[in-house]
Each structure stands twice: as C-alpha cells, then as structure tokens.
Design a protein around this ligand. Structure first.
Ligand code: PEP
Length: 251
C-alpha cells in the first residue's frame, strides 16, 4: 500500500480573512496526523497567503491549474515556474471543471502535466467519466484515453512522478459518491493500464479518489486496495469535515 495523500481543492472560494480562519482551525489537528501528506489548493490569488500560513508546517500548497506554456504573451495565464516561486508543491491538471467549462483537451492536459514536471511541481492528473459514458459502459475506455494522452506525451517514467486522481464527473459536487467497489474497479483499471508499461512504477504511483468524499464515506473509500487518498472539494471548506477525512486516511 502506498503512502496516503489528501488534497483539498478549495475551488473559487475564500477571502484573506476566511482563509486565515480556516487554516487556523485546521492546523492544530492536521499537524497531529501522522502518515498522511496533506496539501491545500486555494484560488491562485491566495497562493502566497497559504504559503506563508503553511510555512514550517507539514501541509503543502498546490495550484488548481497551470499554464501549459513556460512564459510569454499568454495573458491571464500562470506558469509552473511562477507557481513554484509562490511555494507550490502540487498542481492539479485536467480537473473536470476545466475540461468541461473551459474546453481543456486531453492534449492540453498532457502539456500541462509536462509543464508542471518541468517546473519541479508534482502534477495531479484528474481523470473521470460522465454519467452518460458510464451508463454506456465506456468508463474504462474514457479513462484509458485520458491516460494515454499523458503517457504519449511524457512516457511512463515521467507520468509516475505525478499523482493520478480518479474523479467521476457525476460524483463531483453532486453529493453522489462512487461506491467503494466502483471506485476500486476504476483504480485497479488505471493501475493495470500503467502496469502494462511498467509494473513497478505502476504499483508505486499514488491514485486518489475524488467526488463527494465526506467524513462519513472517506474511511471505506480509503480502505480500498488501490485508493491511496482523496481529492476533496466541498468538504475541504469545513475544518471539522476535512480533518475527519484526513484522519480516515491514516486509519
Ligand atoms: C473536486 O472538485 O475535485 C471534488 C472532488 O469536489 P467534491 O468533493 O465537492 O465533489
């Protein structure tokens, strides 16, 4: 079993004041949890604030997005180098909200993955199927092709330096969670696809589950053989819930 990782995705929520209060409420409990790496991805404007608040703690900072470009005339974009400069250790790439609302393609996501690695960040590659794709029996095919785009771009050795988050689109922010069995099936499939390229690297890669993880379902999800932690949206904005989820990861 791999070391556990729990990442908070605050999405577009927060202010300087509410962020400080949430970190104040989280830190005493998070600091006491052994054996789980915790990271928080605030909105971009608050990365510097979070880096300051979390300096000298065990909690890492991550970005919710990253430009696929290194630098240049790309108005509004934020490069990997800038994120590293702001103290980020992680960058989410290909979150389903970016794919569906902002038209990010598999090819672009693959470039973002590589850009994060080039900047010394750990990319967190988000993969997931829609409810229509699941009902049509295409879950594995969809996940396989999202994964292949990144494998084709960077190869298995570089892909294994990142983290993969399986996030069924139908479970994100809906309150509907994949059952532990459904999640485990897809996680096993992801590991098998990777194992076909390199079994040892596949075994060691961190696979997170995301999609309405709450304090009352986290333990069962994290107990699955191929689930190494979670990517947590809504529940990460509530200190009590997020601490309970992190505690469930070390159980
Ligand atoms: C997410 O945004 O990555 C996510 C998993 O959200 P939620 O936990 O709210 O479903």
């Amino acid at each position: 079993m791999n070391a556990k990782l729990v990442i908070a995705n605050w999405k577009m929520h927060g202010t300087h004041a509410t962020n400080a209060r949430l970190i104040d409420a989280l830190l005493p409990s998070l600091q006491g949890i052994d054996g789980v790496q915790v990271a928080i991805c605030p909105p971009m404007p608050y990365l510097a604030q979070l880096s300051d608040l979390l300096e000298h703690t065990s909690v890492a900072v991550g970005a919710q997005n990253i430009s696929e470009r290194a630098q240049g005339a790309f108005t509004g974009e934020v490069s990997g180098q800038m994120l590293a400069d702001l103290g980020c250790a992680y960058a989410l790439v290909g979150h389903s909200e970016r794919r569906s609302l902002y038209g990010e393609t598999d090819a672009q996501v693959a470039m973002k993955f590589e850009a994060a690695l080039n900047a010394g960040l750990t990319p967190v590659l988000c993969l997931g199927e829609t409810i229509h794709q699941r009902k049509a029996g295409n879950t594995n095919a969809v996940i396989g092709s999202q994964l292949k785009a990144v494998l084709d771009q960077v190869g298995i050795a570089k892909l294994a330096k990142g983290v993969i988050a399986y996030e069924p689109v139908w479970a994100i922010g809906t309150g509907e969670t994949a059952t532990p069995e459904q999640a485990q099936q897809v996680h096993r499939h992801i590991r098998q696809v990777l194992a076909a390229r390199d079994p040892a690297l596949a075994a060691g890669i961190t696979l997170l589950y995301g999609g309405s993880v709450k304090d009352d379902n986290a333990a069962q999800l994290f107990a699955q053989h191929d689930i190494d932690g979670g990517l947590i949206g809504g529940a990460s904005l509530d200190a009590t819930s997020f601490v309970a989820i992190c505690q469930a990861a070390c159980a």
